[in-house]
Every structure is written in structure tokens, then in C-alpha cells.
Design a protein around this ligand. Structure first.
Ligand code: PEP
Length: 251
């Protein structure tokens, strides 16, 4: 299974900034990209076309969306559909990122609706899950992950091809805070998720489980080497080609 190194640019970058970072990233990583690695760029909607053009035809580089609405088309002002995203060259999309859950109020049920609809329309979905700090303090990590998986994966076919679906474990307290989860915490959560996936999917061993939360050039190798860590989802450190390329190439 190839490790997936994903860049979530969130609501950052103008057109020219995005194009510059994308070009620098390609130059810095393309030649030395390890054979067991894939790179996914997840910029704002406004940058999808341009970033897609920079990486067009380059093997092992993919384009993804941060969000979408679970309808094909219609009167949903301000929203964007999986069909429109695919038309722009997106093959992946996030669902349930913690900022969408906790800042923008998305429920577990709505996230599940998006996972099902996005898959049905041909996007590869990365379902993001993770506990808040108060939930960890109360010993509720497994309970939260179990619930978010149950609601997020409801109705997904048991024999789904494993590359169509990934899970990103992103403890909310580690996102954008500089506070990375320790190896024990990551391995515990990822092993729990793998065991849960066994309840849902025939090919559960091949579904990628990514870690996200303050991944940086100096901790990427260690995290990528942990059991059941099949890639990373990177926010802050993905904004500069210099730091993200070090993560992409981390040995
Ligand atoms: C994220 O946005 O998914 C993320 C993990 O952000 P950061 O790397 O900045 O913690």
C-alpha cells in the first residue's frame, strides 16, 4: 500500500501564491518521490483548476477538495457538488474535517451523507475523525471514534475498493496547535480504527489510515514509520513548498 501525503491548504493562498507553491513543490519532490508514496493537494476551490494544471499528467500526484455538498446540482447557493469537482480534475475529497464539524456545525449524520454521496459520484473520500481534548480527558477516545465511524460509514458498501476510502485520525487538540499526539496515542487510535474497519469492510487491511495534527518536517519520519499509519494529512506545514516537500520525502 502506498503512503498518502496530503496537503490541506484550508482557506489560504491567492491564485498567484497557490500557483507558485504548487510549482515549487513539483520541482522539489517529483524527481525523488519514493516509489511507495502518493501526494495529494487539497487547495481552496478557487485554486483547484490551476493546481490541477501544474500536476496534470504527473504520476502519483492527485487533486482533492476540502468540502462538497451531497447533491448533484440544484438550488444550493454557495455550495459545490462532487460532479463539479470531478469536472475540475478532483479525484479525492475530505469529509468531516474537524473545522467543518466544530467551527461550521456539521453533524455526524451529515458527514455520513457526504461520504455516501461522494463515493457514489466517484470521488475517493477521506473521512476525518478525532476527539476533542475534553473527550480525551474523560477517557472517551474510543467512544468518539466508534461513533464518528459508525455514522460516517453507514451505508457504505462492504466490498468497497480500499483505495476509494481513507480514514484520517486527527485529534482536534493537535490540529494547528503545534501539539502533536505521541506515538503511543497515535498507534492506539490507529489500531482501534483498523479493528473497527474490520467490522465494516472486506478489504479493511488495505484501507489507508492517515494521521493529522501538527505534522512537521521534524516529526514526519517517526509518524510515518508507526504501525497502521498509512500517510499523513498536513495543514500548516503544507503551506510552504519547502516544509511540505521535506514531509513528502521523509525517510
Ligand atoms: C489539518 O488541517 O487537517 C491539520 C492537520 O492541520 P495542522 O497540520 O496545521 O495541524
Amino acid at each position: 500500500m502506498k503512503k498518502l501525503i496530503a496537503a490541506n491548504w484550508k482557506m489560504f493562498k491567492t491564485w498567484s501564491e497557490g500557483m507558485q507553491t504548487a510549482r515549487e513543490l513539483l520541482v522539489a519532490t517529483r524527481q525523488d518521490l519514493p516509489a511507495d508514496r502518493e501526494v495529494l493537494l487539497i487547495p481552496s476551490f478557487t485554486l483547484l483548476k490551476g493546481v490541477g494544471e501544474v500536476f496534470s499528467g504527473v504520476e502519483n500526484y492527485y487533486l482533492g477538495a476540502q468540502n462538497f455538498y451531497p447533491e448533484e446540482q440544484g438550488a444550493y447557493t454557495g455550495e459545490i457538488s462532487p460532479v463539479q469537482l470531478k469536472d475540475l480534475g478532483c479525484s479525492f475529497a475530505l469529509a468531516g474535517h474537524s473545522e467543518r464539524r466544530h467551527v461550521l456545525g456539521e453533524t455526524d449524520e451529515f458527514v455520513g451523507q457526504k461520504v455516501r454521496f461522494g463515493l457514489e459520484k466517484g470521488l475517493n473520500i477521506i473521512l476525518c475523525i478525532g476527539e476533542k481534548i475534553e473527550e480525551r480527558k474523560k477517557g472517551q477516545v474510543e467512544e468518539v471514534l466508534h461513533r464518528q465511524l459508525a455514522k460516517g460509514l453507514a451505508g457504505v458498501e462492504k466490498d468497497i475498493e480500499p483505495q476509494r476510502l481513507s480514514i484520517a485520525y486527527e485529534p482536534v487538540w493537535a490540529i494547528g496547535t503545534g501539539e502533536v499526539a505521541g506515538p503511543k496515542e497515535i498507534v492506539h487510535a490507529h489500531t482501534f480504527i483498523r479493528n473497527e474497519l474490520a467490522e465494516y469492510f472486506q478489504f479493511y487491511k488495505d484501507i489507508r489510515i492517515l494521521y493529522g495534527g501538527s505534522v512537521k518536517p521534524d516529526n514526519a519520519s517517526q509518524i510515518l514509520g508507526l504501525d497502521n499509519v498509512d500517510g499523513v494529512l498536513v495543514g500548516g506545514a503544507s503551506l510552504k513548498a519547502e516544509s511540505f516537500s521535506q514531509i513528502v520525502l521523509a525517510e
